[in-house]
Design a protein around this ligand. Sequence first.
Ligand code: PDD
Length: 284
Amino acid sequence: MQIAYFNGKFLSKEDVKISPDDRGFLFADGVYEVVRWYEGFFFDMDSHLSRLKRSLRELRINWAEVDMFPALSHELIKQNNLENQPAMIYLQVSRGAAKRSHNFPSSEVPPTVYANAWGFVPDIQSKESGIKVMLKEDIRWNRCDIKSVALLANTLSFQEAYQVGLQECIFVRNGLITEGSHSNIFFVIDGMLCTHPESNHILSGVTRKNILRIADELGIKIREEAVQESRIRFIKEAFISNTSAEVTPVTVLGGNTIGDGVPGHVTKLIQEKFDSEVKNKHEN
Ligand code: PDD
């Protein structure tokens, strides 16, 4: 039996009942977070919590108990017997249930809070050999910095890539490469690590933030500047990042082979340091 968290209670996932008037259902009026459990600790929970607070603030959703997120996540891991395996937590907070209307309901309407946990098998093959990704016009809205559950443009785009056997869809907006449907993207050009700067056109990934710190510690030069699609031929290495893929090399981008078509040197350095930080945390 899977145990979920729902509006203050831990209960069987099957017993969760969400109103058809819920604004998450009617308007995709909500935010979410995905956090990874590494058999003993959550990866950078502090950053996930502060991003969650920011998303809630930007949408003016008031979840007074937001600081419970780390504790309730840990409780879900325990109640689902996931302590000793890689696992994920998904948490969603919507504006709650109220008669369908474009204006917000009164402040008395409580948000709907749902979270669940599941064990997962990391995709080691993709991390070692790299993935092939599609390039496509960014059809999303102008607030990609909010981790909103309104992900239709992301899922439509990802599905297009998936159907032709590609592992991610990378977006291009006004000729500039932004990010993936559910990942950030990095490039190595002229020996420098390049990625789109934080803005309303990307989600500020927790993995992205840690990669930038790791690269800096490794003495790799960083340029937080969007790469033009027209400069793909100058890209020597590419990789995507997110909570589940960590650092996953990209060998083909929009039909163009990157570098020698195998994971690059800088990518591997960053991957190794990322993995060893996680391993060291296990041992402490
Ligand atoms: N997605 N950009 C987008 C659009 C994302 O959806 C994600 C994560 C990221 C990377 O963020 P982080 O490193 O904090 O996971 C960037 C999650 C995993 C998802 O929707 O499942």
